[in-house]
Design a binder for this molecule. Structure first.
Ligand SMILES: Cc1cc2nc3c(=O)[nH]c(=O)nc-3n(C[C@H](O)[C@H](O)[C@H](O)COP(=O)(O)O)c2cc1C
Length: 201
């Protein structure tokens, strides 16, 4: 999609257009929407934001999925406060998408098993290390940490978590020389489309 065609978008076409972009990014390593920023609230109330990889987008259910280690700070934060926001930026299209909602945490069960089965061996090495993510290392050598435990390490699956954002609200912003455009779109918790309207950028 080009900027000029974005300018002619209607609210009716914008909703599927946004989801098509997100779904495409989930299977395209080079897509700018592939690496959004996940914002959460820490147990002490402080904001926290970090880059993650978008693993899946389910347009019909209005859900977005990411993977993480269940010993990470973001996992604790989401256990404490499941509301979160994923912020995406595409510099070519000049689109920002902020997708907010409730995160469902899946560590066991068919969906988590299926997601884990699709994680490549190289990425599995990022899970189940002997020290939890963020643990202070008692060394002056950053290379001392063993980042490649055996692929068959059962701790790796045990540390894996599928995070599923049930999107209740998207704030879409298009930066354009002729005038910025901004819209807000809503969904119910089970993914039924709700209101959509333009807002002042
Ligand atoms: C390009 C990129 C992709 C990343 N993808 C993920 C991811 O999918 N899941 C994840 O937990 N951390 C990912 N990270 C690491 C996080 O940004 C973060 O540093 C780490 O998860 C610790 O965050 P936390 O302490 O807030 O839990 C990624 C970092 C970068 C730079």
């Amino acid at each position: 999609m080009t900027n000029s065609s974005a300018a002619s978008l209607s609210l009716e076409t914008l909703r599927p257009e946004i989801w098509a972009s997100l779904a495409a990014a989930a299977s395209d390593r080079a897509a700018p929407f592939r690496t959004p920023v996940l914002a959460t609230v820490a147990p002490d109330g402080a904001p926290r934001a970090r880059v993650v990889v978008l693993r899946k987008a389910a347009p019909d259910a209005a859900r977005l999925e990411i993977h993480t280690d269940n010993r990470s700070a973001k996992f604790s934060a989401l256990t404490h406060e499941p509301r979160a926001e994923l912020t995406f930026w595409d510099p070519a299209r000049q689109w920002q998408i902020r997708a907010a909602g409730r995160v469902e945490i899946l560590t066991e069960g068919a969906d988590a098993d299926l997601a884990w089965a699709a994680v490549p061996d190289a990425s599995r090495r990022n899970y189940g290390d002997s020290a939890a993510p963020g643990t202070r290392l008692r060394t002056l050598n950053p290379h001392a940490f063993p980042a490649t435990p055996p692929d068959a390490d059962p701790d790796a699956r045990a540390a894996f978590a599928l995070l599923r954002l049930h999107v209740s609200h998207i704030d879409w912003l298009h930066l354009a020389p002729g005038g910025h455009r901004r819209a807000q779109l809503h969904w119910s918790d089970d993914g039924v489309p709700g209101e959509a309207y333009w807002v002042a950028p």
